[in-house]
Design a protein around this ligand. Structure first.
Ligand SMILES: [Zn+2]
Length: 138
């Protein structure tokens, strides 16, 4: 049974679906500097992708390691209290992310996920973005 108080739940949801987070803005700056243009937070697409390249039919999600439960990531450590609730929460977030990716792919979109921790290695991240957005691969 879910005993979470409504106020806490909405706080939690707002954290999970937060837009214009610091990592997201950083990734947008990188992509903009590479010369690509995009739309933000397209609500009619599954999962409301953060960065959308309509012409290429590609989307990027920028995920916070903590809220999206990045596996084996040191930034995604579970809180020390209420572990059962949190691990369940993160598992459900991960599953929802997977469902959104599957739904997008079913509609012919290509999806890339950028994790917050990847921003710490900008050169690698830029390579990842470039190869995802380059038309040669497809
Ligand atoms: Zn991570």
């Amino acid at each position: 049974m879910d005993t979470l108080a409504p106020a806490r739940r909405s706080w939690l949801m707002s954290r999970i679906k937060a837009k214009n987070t610091k990592p997201e803005i950083k990734v947008r700056q990188l992509i903009y500097a590479l010369g690509y243009r995009y739309r933000l937070h397209v609500k009619k697409l599954p999962g409301c992708p953060d960065i959308v390249f309509s012409g290429k039919k590609k989307v990027i999600f920028v995920n916070g390691c903590y809220w999206h439960g990045h596996l084996n990531c040191r930034y995604a450590k579970l809180p020390k209290t209420n572990i059962e609730f949190w691990s369940d929460k993160f598992i459900r977030n991960r599953e929802r992310d997977k469902r959104n990716v599957a739904a997008l792919e079913a509609q012919g979109w290509q999806v890339s996920i950028i994790w917050q921790c990847e921003i710490r290695a900008p050169e690698l991240l830029i390579e990842k973005i470039k190869s995802f957005l380059s038309d040669k691969n497809y």
